[in-house]
Ligand binder design. Structure first.
Ligand SMILES: Nc1ncnc2c1ncn2[C@@H]1O[C@H](COP(=O)(O)OP(=O)(O)OP(=O)(O)O)[C@@H](O)[C@H]1O
Length: 323
């Protein structure tokens, strides 16, 4: 496996609610991102994906846990050091229209990070803007346009160009293609994959669409109620995912017409409130394979195969083949 770029250990984030309660949005999350690889993160709404990304991009500091960039602890960076480090980890957001000032032309939107971080002549800025637009396959003539006069897909390309302006090592995509229709989505995904290969870029890709995440991720983390319940190589998701929640997510995609040898459970009921977590395994209230132990004891994340961890009592006692 390639070099490790980014590592999170035990990342935990709590919020105080309006009623004075404490909500744990992310609990003890470990993550490892390798050079040139994509880490996909999936899970239902509210499971803590965006909170995790805010910690990874250093928009928020974890309450517990550490974040390492090329092995250096960057958890508590402040001021100028923090600002400088942020350029290495850039983000593409879901809502590209909200990411740009309406009065900023395309050329200004793309060049803003360059002007903030580098002392370049106007000629060099113009040259880099042209290269970035070309990279995301936007015509150079667009540089004089305003983002609001572009389509959603074009704006998302602009968001990618801007995020790549400082040549980051890590690109974090938070539902970056979710608002686009399927054909545009496919093209943006292809573009990201091409840029990744060309630049040896590492990516964290968060998306509700498990099929899409699976198609582009080298490793997938499945989150439930703030914690990781399973992590495994993307190309093994269909065959080897074994947490009942991961199987239920897969089942919800293929329930209609797919014929699987392996039984997939259906996802019933609502996610419990993160303010009132059930005792034991957080998933036990919805799990068709729930045992007594699951109601008492929270399962730890255990390694059950190469690059494969699962937090489930079905796999707690001994290394057990996926069923
Ligand atoms: N600033 C905040 N203050 C209080 N609670 C918060 C805050 N940010 C997030 N939360 C809560 O933390 C939990 C995780 O939220 P988060 O946005 O990380 O989930 P998510 O998986 O990204 O959801 P979605 O897919 O809907 O964006 C939720 O219960 C949310 O209400």
């Amino acid at each position: 496996m390639s070099e490790i770029i980014l590592e999170g250990r035990g990342l935990t984030r709590r919020y105080k609610t309006d009623t004075g309660q404490t909500l744990t949005a992310c609990r003890g999350v470990d993550l490892t991102l390798h050079k040139g690889k994509t880490l996909g993160i999936v899970g239902e709404s509210g499971c803590g994906k965006s909170t995790l990304l805010r910690m990874v991009t250093q928009l928020e500091q974890p309450d517990e846990g550490r974040l390492f960039y090329f092995g250096k602890d960057i958890t508590s960076l402040k001021g100028e050091e923090l600002r400088k480090n942020r350029r290495h980890i850039q983000m593409v957001f879901q809502d590209s229209s909200a990411a740009f000032f309406p009065r900023m032309k395309v050329s200004e939107a793309v060049s803003e990070p360059l002007r903030n971080f580098k002392r370049l002549s106007q000629r060099e800025v113009d040259r880099q803007v042209s290269k970035l637009l070309e990279l995301v396959e936007l015509p150079e003539s667009f540089s004089e346009r305003y983002p609001h006069s572009m389509s959603g897909g074009q704006r998302q390309r602009l968001g990618i160009a801007r995020a790549l302006a400082l040549n980051p090592d890590v690109l974090v995509c938070d539902e970056a293609t979710s608002a686009l229709d399927v054909s545009v989505q496919q093209r943006i995904i292809q573009l990201l994959a091409e840029i990744q290969r060309e630049r040896k870029l590492s990516m964290i890709f968060v998306c509700h669409d498990l099929a899409l995440v699976q198609s582009m991720s080298h490793q997938i983390m499945v989150m439930y109620l703030g914690g990781v319940v399973e992590s495994l190589p993307g190309n093994q998701m269909w065959e080897r995912a074994c947490h009942p929640y991961s199987k239920a997510l897969l089942g919800s995609i293929f329930a209609v017409d797919m014929d699987f040898d392996k039984p997939l459970s259906r996802l019933e009921g609502d996610v419990p409130s993160p303010l009132d977590l059930p005792k034991g395994c957080p998933f036990h209230t919805r799990c068709a394979q729930c045992m007594d132990r699951c109601q008492q004891e929270r399962p730890a994340l255990r390694t059950i195969g190469p690059d494969h961890q699962v937090a489930c009592h079905l796999y707690s006692n001994e290394v057990k083949e996926c069923i």
